[in-house]
Design a binder for this molecule. Sequence first.
Ligand SMILES: Nc1nc2c(ncn2[C@@H]2O[C@H](COP(=O)(O)OP(=O)(O)OP(=O)(O)O)[C@@H](O)[C@H]2O)c(=O)[nH]1
Ligand SMILES: [Mg+2]
Ligand SMILES: [Zn+2]
Length: 312
Amino acid sequence: MTDQSRTQPGEMPPNLVVRGYGKFYDVLTPTGQLLCTVRGNVKRERRKTDPVAVGDRVEITELGNGEGVIESVAPRRRALSREARGRTDVEHVILANPDQLIAVFAVTEPEPHPRMLDRFLLIAERAGIGSVVCVNKIDLDTSGEGRKLFDRYHEAGYPVIYCSADSGQGIDELREHLRGKISVLAGPSGVGKSSLLNQIDPTQDIRVGEVSDATGKGRHTTTATTIFRLAGETYIADTPGIRQLGLYGVVPEDLDQYFPEFRPWLNACYYRDCTHIDEPDCAIIEALDAGKINRERYESYRSLRQPVVEDA
Ligand SMILES: Nc1nc2c(ncn2[C@@H]2O[C@H](COP(=O)(O)OP(=O)(O)OP(=O)(O)O)[C@@H](O)[C@H]2O)c(=O)[nH]1
Ligand SMILES: [Mg+2]
Ligand SMILES: [Zn+2]
């Protein structure tokens, strides 16, 4: 490849990393897919983050036989990230350059944990990425009681889709939200992320797992993040289930910005640096007491703002 084929400054190269396998990456190019290794300098330059992540746009050199080398990674426009395991200062990228998060939880099996959903929404807010809450396995909620847990997200302003990969309910609505965007399906294991993707595009035939009976927890069937192209500019990433979501780069002072339903009140507190916990004349607490902010969401904020200090 000659230098003329390189992308100009400010432009994103068309080549998209769609899957990683340790040292190798599948890269979708305008003419096909290549299995690529990574040039050593890319790793040396990026020690505090994944040197290459699924969703990255990359410059490559083709080697023939469907193989290539990633020469450089374009600066990420945004990234949905978590803390690397055991390293609070290192970013682990769930997906680079997504347009939106589809936060998938099951209405039951496994039991949904709203605090966990709050964390997913929070990392997306921090990254400047919009979210859709996708409540799956609605076929199992025969009484309609289970879905009420998710009312608070609708009240907070998030689109909430009730769907079932089994019955097909809500799939068309979900498909509408995906059109023309790069979306990332994320959530706990066993909630049906891969099953939903199979419903959205049956030609993909992605492996789905069983929720183990003993624990009701998923078994981590999906082991690597993979981007699928659904049509033209519509892409969706399936991700492995996440058990613990370490909040990368979230500072306590900024937490209130990441709860969208707080935003209308944020500049009305008496103290500019109000924590909204015990200060007088706090507009958030007034909104809470007036029923304009959901109490569970507020408690979720409070627990993150003032974590209980545990003995070492
Ligand atoms: N009843 C019911 N079961 C579902 C539904 N969607 C998925 N399942 C089942 O839930 C189990 C887990 O589904 P997966 O699609 O593998 O879940 P996942 O979120 O991709 O899990 P990981 O890959 O481990 O993160 C499978 O046994 C599915 O058949 C649904 O809408 N209703
Ligand atoms: Mg899966
Ligand atoms: Zn306040």
